[in-house]
Write a protein that binds this ligand. Sequence first.
Ligand code: ADP
Ligand code: MG
Length: 398
Amino acid sequence: MKKRTIRDLAPAEIKGRRALVRVDFNVPLDGTRITDDTRIRAAIPTLRSLISGGARVVLLSHLGRPKAKPEAKYSLAPVAARLGELLGKPVAFCPETDTDAALAATKALADGDVLLLENTRFLPGEEKNDPALSKSFARLGDFYVNDAFGTAHRAHASTAGVAAFLHPAVAGLLMDAELNWLGATLEKPKRPFIAILGGAKISGKIDVIEQLLPKVDGLLIGGAMACTFYRAMGLETGKSLVEEDRVAMAKDLLARGGMRLTLPHDATVAPSLERAGEAKAVPRNAIPKDQAMFDIGPQSAASYSRAIASAKTIIWNGPMGVFETPPFDAGTRAVAEAMANATGKGATTIVGGGDSAAAVAEAGLENKMSHVSTGGGASLEFLEGKKLPGVEILDEAD
Ligand code: ADP
Ligand code: MG
């Protein structure tokens, strides 16, 4: 079901009204220095749109994992400063979240002003989705906007509960873009449509495999999860990471996936991560007993790249190897580069997953993908076909 967005609001529903916007400003900090402001930048289109419409913008976000009480190191104050730089206008910061003082600060705003309130997770009711807190949040705005896709899989007071008390409740532009790329685009993909799945564990991705397998023309496996499939195929996996309790499941998937499910034909192995210098490529049926697979091999990287080049829609989730430790980043890099090239030739390329997105950013290829999701856990749950509480509560588009 399509959700109403800020684009669907009439000018009179925006101008002079307090927009209570839940954003995901959960940025990494080194002291008070923001080391990556991607998440702040991702909210800018929504904020600019509201500002130019004359809204009085009130922002709610969480940061880190404080234990339901204030902790100075999780204050959003540094974020207000950075947001001000990005918007080119001052952003007021209130060191409280839902108090009378915070309420007064929202009422003191003029059209186009921006106010950031303190970390929602300083409040005990936030993660409990406490209705009393939700109601208290609802006082802070005249309408609600959820642009926090990265937190939409959590039913918290500021991401879901508040919408029971505040309408209109609409999606921001980032939220809308994420839902369109991960939802609508993959429902009606241009074909061939392939998925590339990697990462550490088959157990974490099993529901994604189940969802995608009937829809795709090909599903290419990499990462440690390839080893659980190898085990299911009766191959020696040495010291590789294998989930013993998922071998039966892998067998079942192999039987059902048939030709559509591809496992890497070769592996890059080493005695240990510390001994990365001894890395070598072996065929998948020749993994030494005393070594582990840490990446897909070069032949697989080349054949996965060819598959990507001949597809029209590609979704990628999960690195092909231990990309944090070279040379085991080679498979992941090859996939990222092949996807970037495919985008240039008109394919739709979508990256979901925190570590995959980090690998793409590290390769400097973010802008060469059709879409890189800002939500790790949320994008995974969405691809699993789960309903996201922070989306469900929004008004439906007519
Ligand atoms: P994402 O965050 O993109 O969804 P995951 O969190 O599922 O990805 O997996 C990423 C992790 O998987 C990385 O830390 C990477 O080191 C690890 N990984 C990938 N391949 C292997 C492997 N062959 N052996 C051990 N760990 C692996
Ligand atoms: Mg991860």
